[in-house]
Design a protein around this ligand. Sequence first.
Ligand code: AMP
Length: 190
Amino acid sequence: MRVVFIGAPGSGKGTQATKLIEWYGLAHLSTGDMLRAARDAQTELGRQAEEYMSRGALVPDEIILGMISVRLEEPDCRAGYLLDGFPRTIAQAEALDRMLAEKGASLDVVLELQVPEEELFRRLAGRGRADDSPEVIRQRLVAYREQTEPLLDYYAKKGLLRSVDGTGTVDEVFGRLVAILDPLVNSGLR
Ligand code: AMP
């Protein structure tokens, strides 16, 4: 099963992604985690990415696409994966479609976690990560609205989008996601 998981910063996407990959045995492909690892390891790619991440901007598509195309070739991806934080722009989504087409593969579903903006800001302000100053939070929400939200329409037109209410407890939200994915798994997708 190949899943794209979309949600604003603070939507709880990371928490739910961790639970989903365990539950379904999927590889977890988080571009944010990959970039933070590269930054912490002080690789050239990490240094380039940090310039953008530190101000809440999106890292250029070329960097992201190079990273993800390598990752998709790794053996654990054969059993299915959950893309978390990628794609984040239409250009990335189109590039992903091309990469998959080359392998004769396609996406099974795109999940969107919906959380009202006031709630997002409240959750992010309470989280206290180094890149979570109020201005950076604001920028990350702007980047989401302007660059990532258009993807919802892109995937809706392909009939792949399933939107889920991201408010409530972690277990409530997980239950809603499982209710969408279980039928896909049971229908023989892997
Ligand atoms: P995340 O952990 O997914 O919120 O990502 C943290 C930061 O990494 C984002 O604010 C971006 O600067 C960068 N980033 C992660 N994924 C992408 C992506 N697919 N495209 C561009 N930038 C990304």
